[in-house]
Ligand binder design. Structure first.
Ligand code: TA6
Length: 291
């Protein structure tokens, strides 16, 4: 498979290689580089030119294809978190577990772009009945733009929740300031689903696991010596998560010491912001990362 991809997409600024059992696509240009694996169409690295790695991936992540890589930007679809009716189904949907097809790679006008697709199949319909077409487009310019487009090809309308579950690499999550969520209502998973109002800019005190509602703007992550800006389109929720020491011990593929190096700030439509995607319609969820 690697050889076929290499032959099909050979061009300057494109590298296709294997890591463990997974294929990796690396795009690079004057603005930096981005690495994506077709497993879940997961972005695993974003290195802006002259800057530092913006994305966190666990040192103990598994690359054998048996499960998603811990870290990066997993695609959570067609549900976010636990399945709304069936707790036996895997959290965050099936899209992050599926092998997506790399359908195009383009280097033009200073922008590097790649598109991955996932279509419904017997395997997906054994989990979820919908007939769908998904596209994940990754575009590397002065910022990194990731867009997930879902098309409903079923007769029925769907109720969808979703997220681009971005793990950011930070110097120290403890006490980190996240600006842009103040004034919003949120659901706090750490406090058993309690609802509250974020009255000030968020100070991360792990464990933190909040779904902020009706948020359509940008947030700024204030790391020790850099700012990461996360903007978005087609998203009504933002999720902030860091498991803290105890939570990290219970997590697969994450060392007990790694939790201060990461914080998830996720572009989402979750819980109260789940939406109806009507038959024949499509929706695009976009996250834009500037580091
Ligand atoms: O987005 C936050 C969250 O839903 C947390 O509650 C935590 O479970 C996390 O995602 C990671 O989920 P995962 O299924 O990848 O272990």
């Amino acid at each position: 498979m690697i050889k076929q991809l290499q032959e099909r997409f050979a061009q300057p600024g494109v590298r296709i290689y294997r890591h463990g059992k997974l294929a990796m696509l690396e795009l690079s240009n004057a603005h930096g580089s981005v690495t994506i694996t077709p497993l879940g169409a997961t972005v695993l690295s974003y290195m802006p030119t002259g800057g530092e790695e913006a994305i966190w991936v666990s040192e103990t992540a598994v690359y054998d294809g048996s499960k998603p890589v811990r870290g990066g930007i997993p695609v959570c679809w067609p549900w976010f978190g636990a399945h709304p009716d069936d707790p036996a189904k895997k959290a965050h949907g099936f899209a992050r577990h599926a092998q997506w097809e790399l359908v195009s790679v383009n280097q033009s006008g200073g922008t590097a772009e790649a598109t991955f697709c996932l279509d419904s199949s017997d395997a997906t319909q054994a989990i979820w009945a919908g007939d769908f077409h998904l596209e994940l487009n990754v575009s590397l310019d002065t910022r990194l733009t990731i867009s997930l487009t879902a098309e409903n090809r079923s007769e029925a309308d769907w109720n969808i929740s979703e997220a681009l579950h971005s793990y950011f690499r930070v110097r120290d999550a403890r006490g980190m300031l996240i600006e842009g969520l103040e004034g919003l209502r949120y659901m706090d998973k750490v406090r058993a689903g309690a609802r509250d109002l974020q009255d000030e800019p968020l100070r991360v005190t792990p464990p933190v696991d909040r779904v902020f509602f009706d948020h359509t703007g940008a947030v700024i992550l204030h790391d020790a010596d850099r700012r990461i800006m996360i903007d978005k389109v087609g998203s009504q929720s933002t999720v902030v998560w860091n498991p803290g020491a105890e939570g990290a011990r219970e997590l697969a593929d994450m060392s007990d010491e790694a939790w201060p190096e990461m914080v998830c700030v996720e572009t989402a439509n979750a819980l109260d912001n789940a939406y109806t995607l009507e038959s024949g319609q499509s929706h695009t969820l976009t996250t834009v990362i500037g580091a």
